[in-house]
Design a protein around this ligand. Structure first.
Ligand SMILES: [Fe+2]
Ligand SMILES: [Fe+2]
Length: 470
């Protein structure tokens, strides 16, 4: 912490006296404290002494500081990162050729990320003629377990395909490997050249980086899976949350709210849904949601993203809601695709409804609905939100694979499974953003207990994450 504080000052060419440093370190949030001091102090100051810090403290309580620093009370600073929102960009017709181009785009994007770690791979067609250890990058097209307990993979690149074996005593024998993910593999060809014996499996991964504090004083909150129109929508808890926002959002600079999909329950999403609806008209469902959102303070910029219950195509990436729905909402509501990457006050936020979690849980024994954050880590390791093709998550063969995680996010949020959790992974804030729907009949049948009524909040300056329950 001591060196963090000194570094933050040094980055702005300022230096702290030992006494000033001690005062800063005695604060419960030294990083935020020093950032506030640094923002408040004249740019011409090079040495910050005890008197500077005390002067700052006496003249500025935390509340006053916000009014003293009006530059932090600026206009909302939120934008969609270019190239990450499919709305209006969809080009696919679903032809066979579109799919091969789509997978080629995925392969190339992930190979480029892997290459930065491992160097250039050997084209797979040349593996047979090699008599030394080689490194390849391939898309997994088959996995199986032999009767002796080894694992067999088939890997493909644009030149061809090959088999690889992970021996049962390899440290990689229990690695999670799913279809259509792109991996790096180092291995030696067998004598007959028929396959590679794997010694190393390399994933694209995300670099581990510290959350660098900034002078932002704003926070972003998340409300997933609202399911307006369902009998089990928790209206009383929703209303107490909206009331809390009206009373607190302004003073705590909670300026952004993201809704990661399933904002309404929809119509005809699953057999027998009719019985569970309190509003059985899709327009009226969105209308009611628009009314609920009007009860949220106007200064909050709201991002609304669709999920699998919303009135857009189910195939991912899903474009934003169309105008017949969006015109019901106030101008502080911004419509985006699913997934999308946002830039809010300098932080990158990847928000994805999370439909593919169904496929991860169905395909990998050790992943469960109870621990969505573990699934999110697998997505980050593979730099892909929904690698498995042909399961529950329909994928639209766009020219570009919008489900590739091409940029390391600062915050990664999903919904869909109705769980509430947060964890830090390699410096990234992972968030499973709860729900505003009580346990459904389907969940009862499967013995699944949702965690409704929780609003995760992330401070954009410090990265501090809190789970506010209602
Ligand atoms: Fe949902
Ligand atoms: Fe969902």
């Amino acid at each position: 912490m001591r060196s963090d504080v000194l570094n933050l000052a040094a980055q702005r060419n300022m230096f702290l006296s030992p006494e000033a440093l001690e005062i800063v370190l005695s604060d419960p949030e030294p990083r935020m404290f020093i950032n506030n001091i640094l923002s408040a102090i004249s740019k011409n100051t090079m040495f910050i002494g005890k008197d500077d810090v005390l002067g700052f403290l006496s003249g500025n309580t935390e509340k006053e500081l916000r009014t003293v620093a009006p530059k932090n009370k600026r206009q909302p600073d939120i934008s969609i990162i270019p190239g990450t929102d499919v709305t209006g960009e969809s080009m696919c017709e679903g032809k066979v050729d579109d799919f091969s181009k789509y997978f080629m785009n995925r392969y190339n994007a992930l190979r480029d990320i892997l290459k930065r770690k491992t160097g250039a791979p050997v084209p797979i067609e040349r593996v047979r003629s090699m008599d030394r250890e080689v490194h390849i990058i391939g898309m997994v097209s088959e996995t199986s377990v032999t009767k002796n307990g080894h694992r067999m993979l088939r890997l493909e690149d644009d030149s061809g395909s090959c088999k690889a074996i992970i021996l049962k005593d390899s440290p990689h024998i229990n690695d999670i490997i799913v279809n259509d993910e792109v991996i790096g593999l180092t291995g030696s060809p067998t004598r007959d050249g028929m396959m590679l014996v794997a010694s190393e499996i390399i994933r694209p991964g995300v670099p581990s980086e510290r959350w660098e504090p900034s002078d932002s004083v704003a926070s972003v909150a998340f409300l997933s899976d609202i399911h307006v129109g369902s009998h089990t929508f928790l209206e009383t808890r929703w209303k107490s949350m909206a009331k809390w926002l009206r009373e607190n959002a302004k003073s705590m600079d909670l300026d952004y709210l993201i809704l990661p999909g399933d904002v309404v329950d929809g119509i005809g999403i699953f057999p027998g849904q009719q019985e569970e609806l309190s509003i059985d008209d899709i327009y009226k469902q969105y209308n009611r949601l628009a009314e609920y959102l009007k009860e949220i303070p106007d200064h909050i910029k709201i991002v609304l993203q669709p999920g699998n219950h919303d009135a857009v195509r189910p195939a991912e990436p899903q474009p934003a809601l169309s105008e017949i729905f969006t015109k019901m909402f106030d101008s502080n509501v911004m419509m985006t695709a699913n997934p999308v990457q946002l830039n809010i006050e300098g932080r990158t936020i990847l928000t994805y409804h999370g439909r593919s979690i169904d496929d991860w849980v169905a395909s990998v024994q050790r992943l469960t609905y109870e621990d969505p954050v573990a699934v999110m880590k697998e997505m980050l390791d593979r730099r892909h939100l929904a690698p498995m093709y042909g399961l529950k998550t329909a994928l639209a063969p766009e020219k570009k694979d919008y489900l590739v995680i091409d940029k390391r996010p600062d915050i990664f949020v999903t919904g869909h499974v109705h769980g509430a959790a947060t964890e830090e992974y390699r410096g990234i804030r992972l968030i499973a953003a709860s729900t505003w729907q009580d346990q459904t009949e389907f969940q009862k049948m499967h013995n699944f207990n949702p965690q409704p009524g929780v609003m995760p909040i992330v401070h954009l300056g410090t990265g501090k994450t809190t789970m506010k329950g209602f």
